[in-house]
Design a binder for this molecule. Structure first.
Ligand code: ADP
Ligand code: MG
Length: 634
């Protein structure tokens, strides 16, 4: 709850709205105890006094009644009626929506056709008609406003409920023996409640306006009772000779509705779970970059295609700084495959996303380093140029192709779109190229497959489409972030083989991210091992597999099970990686290392070269001859 208030407070507009609303509510609550004139006592001798007159701070109206007093009492009534109408509409409308959405079929049809009938009339006319039937009066205005707003809630909530009612956790609840009522209250309601609150918070302002509108027309509050609408209606007649009579309630309506709407928008943003961890703004299209110039290393001239130097990416959440990528340097040469391995959470994906400024900002910030593609610093480029490189020079393949392919477009059309983004050609030409791409990734019957939707393909096929999309513009570098993790082993083997042969045909370089040394051994020329955001060992794959020098690398390699060696049980690494916001001094792996010494926990441990092409971040690297980890049976 406190966190929620804090989130809203961080949104300045919402906080501003909240404070104004709070002030108005406070004022209205203490009105009965304020030394005010009776709002309904007429005093024709003192009619139409201007504001700041003696005893009448805001002047008097045509019957000599004190405007300040009428304003406060009237605001109280308008607020109460508006809120009550909203609550009634929300309660009835949401119930109808939930029941219709959950039960579906005939129930849904009956309820929703009823709602449609309500929606068939312009709602302010409907409200007028209802009041005309019930007779003018504040309570009847309340009913009318509530009734005409029921469809709004019912429609909204039904839509959300339909989406939830078919989800697996509802099936699971049903399988566990829960009845409909229990499912509705304990499974559906908590999921739609945020939507109800959001709808409510964004409609209260409207309902107050609508109530005021009915009173303005003389159908709501009846004389002598004051509410904001009726005061405005009375003031309208003397707009020219006594403008304050109308402007005072008008201003109050404006303040009230504006503050409620600002706060409502803030609540909507704060309740959106995607924004919970970050500030109240949508991620920017490019990661924020905050590098200190002088901390940049001199560019290294080499023949590398991509060279990453001392890259550092942080997540700033509240007052905490999570260092996800810490001083990471590596180079990828043309046509080379570099593996990036490490446990889940070690910073592999953030490293890959940082290359083209794809880390969500906020909370992500690139705080140091350089990413040079053929010598050009990508982090220095204007957004337009980066967009040209994304998907053209550097393309990505992600873990789950079902979530990266658009579910509503045919895969062929999605490929066409990817091609035409960077290469000007006609739709027909692009389509031909799309089919040939599908053929290149060994999809049988590519013409027919191009006409299918993602859900009609198997997981392996979808990943092939993902790879075809990455190949669409003949990239120099393909970044593959765990592309085989969601697939079963046979399909995984096929995909790895495909990537290998495409690399040979096309000559692209690959940055291959995985947590599995088994995969690394099949595909990577060189490998970089990451732990807690840093590279702890880097070198040629075969050399590292044969003689790992960092204890962490050794343990990771030991985690790969081997068929036909039942005695060789893969051994989990004990303990957990350190939290990214509390990385200890010294070696981050010290806590879990069986060879730890006091010196491991002091100072900064450098990446040192052990051979010409190998580096390790350990003060006592394992010796080349050491056969296996002590304590791990082999
Ligand atoms: P992996 O190696 O499994 O790909 P990631 O690169 O995704 O790991 O994550 C590295 C670290 O960054 C993790 O500690 C994770 O908690 C943190 N992190 C990733 N995304 C965010 C985010 N949006 N907000 C805060 N921390 C994040
Ligand atoms: Mg990842």
């Amino acid at each position: 709850m406190m966190a929620f208030v804090k989130l809203i407070a961080r949104n300045r507009l919402a906080a501003f709205g909240g404070i104004i609303l709070l002030l108005i509510i406070l004022l209205v609550l203490i009105t009965p105890w304020l030394p005010l004139a009776d709002p309904n006592v007429t005093d024709t001798a003192n009619r139409l006094l201007p504001p700041f007159s003696d005893n009448h701070l805001l002047g008097t109206d045509a019957l000599g009644r004190d405007i300040l007093s009428r304003l406060l009492w009237g605001t109280q009534i308008s607020l109460a009626v508006g809120l009550a109408a909203s609550l009634v509409a929300a309660l009835v409308g949401s119930t109808i929506g939930i029941v219709a959405g959950y039960f579906g079929g005939r129930t849904d049809n009956t309820l929703m056709r009823g709602i449609d009938m309500l929606m068939a009339f312009p709602y302010i006319l409907l409200a007028l008609a209802i009041v005309a039937v019930l007779g003018p009066g504040l309570m009847n205005a309340l009913y009318a406003i509530a009734i005409v707003n029921i469809p709004f809630f019912a429609r909204n909530i039904r839509g959300v409920t339909v989406g939830i009612a078919h989800r697996e956790f509802i099936d699971a609840a049903r399988l566990s023996g829960k009845g409909n009522l229990r499912i509705l209250t304990s499974e559906i309601l908590p999921n739609v409640l945020p939507v109800i609150i959001i709808t409510l918070s964004t409609t209260v302002g409207w309902m107050i306006l609508e109530t005021a509108g009915l009173s303005f027309l003389g159908l709501g509050a009846q004389p002598p009772q004051a509410d904001l609408g009726s005061m405005l209606g009375e003031g309208r007649k003397m707009m020219l000779n006594a403008p304050h009579v109308a402007t005072v309630p008008g201003l109050m309506i404006f303040l009230l509705v504006m503050s409620i709407n600002l706060l409502g928008d803030g609540i909507r943003d704060a309740l959106d779970p995607r924004l919970k961890s970050g500030a109240l703004s949508r991620p920017a299209p490019f990661t924020r970059i905050r590098r200190r110039r002088n901390s940049l290393p001199d560019p290294v001239n080499g023949n590398a295609l991509l060279s990453v130097e001392r890259l550092q990416t942080d997540f700033e959440v509240g007052h905490e700084t999570y260092r996800a990528v810490n001083d990471v340097s590596f180079a990828i040469h043309p046509n080379e495959c570099l593996g990036l391995v490490g446990e889940s959470g070690s910073g592999k994906s953030v490293t890959a996303l940082s290359l083209l400024g794809l880390v969500a900002s906020p909370p992500g910030i690139i705080t140091g380093g350089r990413v040079a593609l053929e010598g050009r610093d990508l982090l220095d480029l204007p957004p337009r140029d980066i967009r040209r490189i994304r998907g053209k020079d550097i393309a990505y393949v992600f873990q789950d192709p079902l979530s990266t392919l658009h579910p509503l477009f045919r895969v062929g059309d999605q490929l066409v779109e990817a091609i035409r983004q960077h290469q000007p050609m006609s739709h027909a030409e692009a389509h031909e190229r799309a089919v040939s791409l599908l053929e290149q990734v060994r999809i049988p019957n590519p013409e027919r497959r191009a006409e299918q939707y993602p859900h009609e393909l198997s997981g392996g096929m979808r990943q092939r489409v993902g790879i075809a999309m990455a190949l669409a513009n003949d990239p120099q570098l393909i970044v593959a972030d765990e592309p085989t993790t969601a697939l079963d082993v046979t399909v995984q083997a096929q995909i790895l083989k495909l990537i290998q042969s495409l690399r040979r045909e096309k000559g692209s370089a690959v940055l291959f991210i995985t947590h599995d040394f088994g995969v690394v051994s099949q595909i990577c020329d060189r490998v970089a091992v990451m732990y807690a955001g840093r590279i702890v060992e880097i070198g040629p794959t075969q050399a590292i597999l044969d003689t790992p020098r960092h204890p962490y690398t050794r343990r990771l390699i030991d985690c790969v099970p081997r068929l036909g060696e039942p005695d060789n049980e893969p051994d989990a690494i004990p303990g957990l990686p350190p939290a990214a916001n509390h990385i200890p001094e010294g070696c981050a792996f010290a806590e879990r290392c069986h060879l730890v010494e006091d010196a491991c926990r002091q100072g900064d441990i450098e990446l040192i070269a052990t051979d010409a092409d190998r580096q390790v971040r350990c003060i006592k690297p394992l010796s080349v001859t050491e056969p296996s980890t002590p304590g791990v049976s082999r």
